[in-house]
Design a protein around this ligand. Structure first.
Ligand SMILES: [Zn+2]
Length: 70
């Protein structure tokens, strides 16, 4: 039952590191220190980290090059 997962996120308002339950990912949460609100995002699992869009763009360029050849 107690399998709650947490990640650490820095509060953009006061700069403190907060433990945020993964259940709140993508939701607006409130910092308990400064009462500032922000959207919970796990930096470890952020898609921008592995840059999937860059890979996708390269794929598109390859497909376009093949199309021009044919
Ligand atoms: Zn704060």
């Amino acid at each position: 039952m107690s399998s709650a997962m947490f990640f650490v996120q820095q509060c953009p308002t006061c700069g403190r590191r907060l433990r945020v339950c993964v259940e709140y990912l993508g939701k607006t949460i409130q910092c308990r220190h400064c009462r500032g609100t922000f959207v919970a995002r796990d930096p470890e699992n952020s898609p921008s980290r592995s840059d999937p869009e860059g890979v996708l763009m390269r794929r598109v360029e390859e497909l376009l090059a093949v199309g021009r050849h044919a």
